[in-house]
Design a binder for this molecule. Structure first.
Ligand SMILES: O=C(CO)[C@H](O)[C@H](O)COP(=O)(O)O
Length: 188
């Protein structure tokens, strides 16, 4: 059964106190913590994750034209697999893999920075996926806050990444609670 999961993006947290920030979010009711490791090849402004990405790419580049093999390889290790879809990437490109993966992430901003405005057009992809895959975890990330969560939840997303919308809210616990309720209402 699908669940509402609110995942504060640690990109908006105090990096010097990540353990405390993580505990604070857990105490505020977060279901997951979202940590970005973005590939500088696709998100050119970021270099923070470069060593991790270099290591990952050493093992995964050979699979770039064989995504199904890469999904199987990751699953064989016992890990879960998700695919992120950037705003200019069509939803059709991931449909063949939706039954094999644990989650699809629909980016609602161009990845790289927190604090951008959500691109509502991207929610059309969420609607398409939800109509085809009622039990798929569909995550959204970028510009989501308490002012637009109803729209996001109505499109069918159940895993919500929010950086500014949680860390920048006067009460992160309240923001998480509002987002959780909005998603749960739409899951029923
Ligand atoms: O992936 C991201 C940006 O690429 C991050 O998750 C980002 O933190 C989202 O932040 P906000 O909720 O402020 O838009």
């Amino acid at each position: 059964m699908l669940k509402a999961k609110i995942a504060p993006s640690m990109l908006s947290s105090d990096f010097a106190a990540l353990a405390d920030e993580s505990k604070r979010m857990k105490d505020c009711g977060a279901h997951l913590l979202h940590m970005d490791v973005m590939d500088g090849h696709f998100v050119p402004n970021l270099t923070l994750g470069a060593p991790i990405i270099k290591c990952l790419r050493k093992h995964t580049d050979m699979f770039l034209d064989k995504p199904a093999d890469l999904i199987a390889l990751i699953k064989a290790t016992g890990m879960k697999v998700g695919i992120a879809v950037k705003p200019k990437t069509s939803v059709e490109s991931v449909i063949p893999f939706c039954k094999a993966v644990d989650m699809i992430l629909i980016m609602t901003v161009e990845p790289g920075f927190g604090g951008q405005k959500m691109m509502p057009d991207c929610l059309e992809k969420v609607k398409v996926l939800r109509s085809k895959f009622p039990q798929l975890d569909i995550q959204v990330d970028g510009g989501i806050d308490v002012s637009n969560i109803e729209q996001v939840a109505a499109a069918g997303a159940n895993v919500i990444v929010a950086g500014t919308g949680v860390f920048g809210h006067k009460s992160p616990a309240e923001a998480i609670s509002i987002m959780t309720k909005a998603v749960e209402k739409n899951l029923k």
